[in-house]
Design a protein around this ligand. Structure first.
Ligand SMILES: Cc1cc2nc3c(=O)[nH]c(=O)nc-3n(C[C@H](O)[C@H](O)[C@H](O)COP(=O)(O)O)c2cc1C
Length: 338
């Protein structure tokens, strides 16, 4: 049963208690992260000084995301929330990517250990590491499916996003040119038509809607129309999404040289950091994955962006918009703690 999402009250941080109790408290911020179809494909085990982070393979979108790329991006988003929250409460986090020798938790064959966050209670050594505005955005961030306003995003804000992505092997393309955005919109239309034409894709989406994961959202209402004719839906989705792309002053694309587990987790972290910073700036963010889910369109996007050594792995639009009304639910904490 999904639980309503709400960030914990900061005053209930168990300051005088064990590091283990404090780490458990931080996980409540991790689970507010975005995830593909709100699948929340993560689990956490808390030890006396660390949080072990798991990817839950049983929650992978087998049709939309057979390679588990979106799954790892989603886990990366949760990882970033954990890091930001740890700093807020004065704990120095160190992320180690990769599996430990430890066996999966009991009943957890579908859980893959992908990272460990070590927490140092001696306090932060990194000057200025507490970025309160990022932390405060964790509870306010939402995916916004509305059309965006015709209003540019300040260069200084975009420069900050670029700074977040300026890390080994990662890239961030910020597309503002109207012609290029129109070309991406055309690709979006074709990708939507392709995906919605696939009964397995629609069944999978229908499954996640059925769990209540996407809330009473615009998507729920529109998918109801599938009963009429799936081809019509594909065209309509394509047209609407294409307009959403062209309405956005910025189409952002995160790119990588490789797609190993640590790299994809880091991309998820960068995306979430951008999404939190955007939220604190009053900007809306909306990931749109269909182009990247189909090899043919992903290759076309790579060419359109003129990428040579990098491949696009995550696409989202950024801009100003009325706040979205959807509040997506979250799995209860006890479901994700091992
Ligand atoms: C890797 C990834 C891919 C996503 N792809 C899409 C997408 O294609 N279309 C969309 O509307 N939302 C997409 N989302 C947003 C999720 O649907 C959203 O995060 C989830 O429903 C939870 O809602 P919230 O972000 O408002 O908390 C994606 C999110 C992530 C992390």
């Amino acid at each position: 049963m999904p639980a309503p999402r709400a960030p914990p009250d900061t005053t209930s941080f168990p300051a005088g208690e064990s590091l283990e109790n404090q780490a458990t408290f931080l996980v409540r911020y991790a689970i507010l992260a975005p995830s593909s179809h709100n699948s929340q494909p993560w689990a956490f085990a808390v030890t006396e000084d660390s949080v072990l982070v798991y990817a839950d393979e049983s929650r992978r979108l087998d049709v939309a995301d057979p390679d588990g790329r979106e799954l790892l991006l989603s886990v990366g988003c949760a990882l970033e929330n954990l890091v930001v929250a740890a700093r807020r409460f004065g704990l120095e986090p160190t992320v180690e990517y990769g599996a430990s020798e430890e066996s999966p938790p009991s009943g957890g064959d579908h859980l893959r250990h992908v990272a460990t966050v070590r927490l140092d209670s001696a306090g932060l050594t990194d000057e200025g590491a507490v970025q309160t505005e990022l932390f405060d955005a964790i509870g306010n961030r939402r995916t916004n499916h509305r059309p965006f306003e015709d209003r540019p995003v300040a260069e200084s804000v975009l420069a900050r996003f670029e700074e977040y992505a300026a890390t080994d092997g990662l890239g961030l393309e910020l597309v503002t040119d109207p012609t290029q955005r129109r070309e991406i919109a055309t690709l979006q239309t074709r990708a939507d038509e392709h995906q919605f034409d696939d009964p397995a894709y629609r069944r999978e989406l229908g499954h996640w809607i059925g769990t209540g994961a996407l809330g009473a959202s615009w998507l729920t209402a529109r998918i109801g129309q599938l009963a009429v004719s799936h081809l019509d839906i594909g065209e309509r989705e394509g047209r609407k999404n294409s307009k959403l792309v062209t309405s956005a002053p910025v189409v952002a694309v995160l790119t990588t040289e490789s797609e190993d587990v640590p790299t994809l987790l880091r991309v998820g972290q960068v995306f979430e950091r951008v999404a939190l910073a955007a939220t604190s700036e009053g900007l809306a963010v909306h990931p749109m994955s269909q182009i990247l889910e189909v090899d043919e369109f992903r290759t076309e996007l790579t060419a359109l962006l003129g990428l040579e050594d990098q491949t696009p792995v995550h696409l989202f639009r950024i801009g100003y918009a009325e706040p979205g009304s959807t509040r997506t639910p979250r799995r209860p904490l006890e479901d994700v703690l091992r």
